[in-house]
Design a protein around this ligand. Sequence first.
Ligand code: S3P
Ligand code: PEP
Length: 645
Amino acid sequence: MSFLDLPPLHRAAGLIRLPGSKSISNRTLLLAALAAGDTEIHDLLDSDDTRVMLASLRQLGIDIAPIGPDSYRVKGAGGVFPVKEASLFLGNAGTAFRPLTAALALAGGRYTLSGVPRMHERPIGDLVDGLRQIGAAVDYLENPGYPPLTLQPAAIRLDRPIRVRGDVSSQFLTALLMALPLSGQAAVIEMSTELISKPYIEITLNLMARFGVKVERQGWERFSISAGQRYRSPGTIHVEGDASSASYFLAAGAIGGGPVRVEGVGRDSIQGDVAFAAALEAMGARIEMGANWMEARSPAHGKLKAFDLDLNHIPDAAMTLAVAALFADGPCTLRNIASWRVKETDRIAAMAAELRKVGATVEEDADFIRVVPPASLTPSASIATYDDHRMAMCLSLAALGGVPVRILEPECVAKTFPDYFERYAEVTAPVIAIDGPSASGKGTVAARVATTLGYHMLDSGALYRLTALAARKAGVAWEDEAAVAAIAAALPAEFEGERILLSGEEVSEAIRSEEMGDGASKVAALPAVRAALLARQRAYRRWPGLVADGRDMGSVVFPWAECKVFLTASAEARAERRHKQLIAKGVPAKITPLLQDLRERDARDTARSVAPLQKCAEAELLDTSNLSIEQAVAAVLGCARERIH
Ligand SMILES: O=C(O)C1=C[C@@H](OP(=O)(O)O)[C@@H](O)[C@H](O)C1
Ligand SMILES: C=C(OP(=O)(O)O)C(=O)O
């Protein structure tokens, strides 16, 4: 069985650019396919759930062309799927299965829809009942009430309101709402029970409106669509970051100090799950929010507070609160979450079982869960994930209790967040930032500290040289900003102690040439390259930790680093060291011009406007003028031991 061992984590701080929203991605794909005209979709989520939707729409004859990273052009078919017979596999994607069932029931073709075994245990009877009321021919292939399904052409009549239950999943109402305009007839839906997960209906109505179809809503009981409305492409849609995915990072910030900032979703979001931030705030976490970002920090004093909340409006993000409860100052109760039982797994049972493994006392019932946090978490729990992405992502937060945690079958996160664990490491792995002037010996010290601690290593100065070299190898001109930035963003560079590798090939010497120095200064002047390298540098932050060496590691790239060292030496001492190095290599050299050179370089580095060389207030000053390398290494290790953990 596959597993991922998370190390004990003590702190979370950093910045994450979120992947696209699953709910918005799959709705937008379907609406774009049904609309008249072409739609450009940007920042689409790339995960299992959206791949099954993309593949199915293509199978149905919709032309969808990639036009850039996570961007597509969808040629809308104007309400008619070109392919009239198909067998579709929809994995475990509720947001693909339910809406496609309704749209295809009205499409006048012969289709079968199936999914993974768990999808065949997730109810769909309420939707099928609704569709049968309007004459659609929908049949169960195995168990009544559950997928797989088969659909046949049928005459659709909308002469009476459709009555549909809303207490099992809101996706049935979403599916009907999105499909009904295909009939061209006036349509009315009346809820025969209370509706759950209401904010998801708001997402549906918002996106339908962007595609030109207006729904009249009377409370949450009655929805009407007037006759003759057709979907029209709005031209371009940008998918917001996923607010449910944001919850893991915000919780990490609230538990592990913070600040953790997520970008891509904020106050202007159309997703109900941004309300998760309010729940964290009620627990005492410090939350800040902008139009397109959110940030969380631990309470100013003391622990997170216990809560008792009705979480029907945020069923997905509520799971994150169940794990945050481990860190609260008392028992926490999550109410009105019965739908958890019919999602990727029985989430109430699964959550109870796994929280107990880390030491919590848990009470569960049909629609609530109560979590009593333990005095301290049980180390080395093996967490089962039930092929449920959210179980894996939520329980990864337990490691912030300073205990190792094993996550079994971690690849299940691919449903909505394939690189979740890499991103999680980017806000939780400890960082030692070593900045300093040229020839201060910081490179050597950094490499030795990394080797001693078993940490990863980032030589940030080398990255610009590596970018120049990689561009040269790819035949890209150093002036071509977009192309060089793309290379920088995906640079296959590794630092192994003092060795530097590009695509696995050692280039430690090759990048030190005059020519690459020249290339480095050219590419470093391009803003897009700097931006790409900023993200790239942060991606070096991996478990168990990172030693980053450069000029702006503590000030710009890792302002959250727990241990910052400003390593310097007098110009005379540095000139002397450089002199010795050159002589050892057999290069003739004189001290005076070397000293002059270093002084000029220091002045330039300190005066430049972009990321100047500076000691941040919180950095420890280490003057190595009279220290050996071993003594300098010991001093940095001492600082690391004191500040990390
Ligand atoms: O419409 C949607 O995009 C969703 C609705 C919710 O499901 P329920 O309505 O079944 O609670 C949510 O849990 C799911 O992840 C996405
Ligand atoms: C319930 C979920 O997914 P689905 O869209 O398959 O219902 C979920 O992502 O938590």
